[in-house]
Design a protein around this ligand. Structure first.
Ligand code: ZN
Length: 230
């Protein structure tokens, strides 16, 4: 497991139920997770609940993946969302689609206004091949560890939504990788539209501007939804 701490009690693994609904995180009401910089966590969010992701210190990217709880062959898809919103990023008001073209989340609030749905998550190959660093934590490692209790393997993890990531798209269609603009306490709030297994990684990248060279914490809350979150 990751070192992410949780005030919830849904992180204990259950054995032997494979694809069945009701793996870890069964009682997901009012969960709160503090995710240290460079680490990750996973939880269940029920349809109708809000998932609030807070950039605690600012300038931190939150890599985000999700699977339908009842069928792990359905997952949150950047490709299908791009095709749906006809845009190379996502913003407040957008619905985020699954690979089966069903809406899984809606962005209700986006304080930072910078999200990347183009680039891959970091992984140990990235650090080894591009930076010559062995054993560096990565978003893929974080997701793999956090999703293990649900029986989701590394190869099954889809491309992430990189919330708060500052990857501006230039007129010549190249894109950048710049220091995020998130301020301390900025948040993104999603309405969950389908019972989902969610994993979030406070990206460990400290060798380029992605997290301002200093990975920092995220705070995540899963809330029963008021009509108008603020
Ligand atoms: Zn990363």
């Amino acid at each position: 497991m990751t070192e992410a701490s949780s005030s919830g009690d849904g992180q204990a693994a259950s054995a032997g139920d494979g694809q069945a609904a009701g793996a870890p995180g069964v009682d997901s009401h009012g969960q709160e997770f503090f995710v240290p910089g460079g680490h990750g966590t996973a939880f269940v969010a029920r349809a109708g609940q809000l998932v609030e992701i807070v950039d605690v210190e600012g300038q931190q990217v939150a890599d985000f993946v999700a699977f339908a709880e009842r069928n792990r062959t359905e997952w949150l898809s950047t490709t299908h969302t791009r095709s749906s919103v006809l845009r190379l990023t996502v913003q407040a008001g957008d619905r985020l689609d699954s690979n089966w073209r069903r809406p899984m989340f809606e962005i209700l609030r986006d304080d930072v206004g910078r999200n990347d749905i183009i680039t891959s998550m970091c992984d140990d190959r990235r650090y080894r091949l591009d930076y010559g660093v062995e054993g560096h934590r990565s978003c893929r490692t974080n997701f793999t560890e956090a999703l293990e209790p649900w029986g989701i393997a590394e190869w099954q993890i889809p491309d992430p939504f990189n919330f708060f990531q500052n990857a501006p798209i230039h007129p010549d269609r190249t894109f950048g990788n710049e220091i995020p603009t998130g301020r301390p306490g900025d948040k993104l709030v999603l309405r969950t539209l389908m019972d989902s297994i969610v994993s979030v990684s406070a990206c460990p990248q400290d060798l380029n501007p992605c997290n301002a060279f200093h990975p920092s914490p995220l705070r995540i809350r899963v809330l029963d939804a008021p009509a108008d979150p603020s």
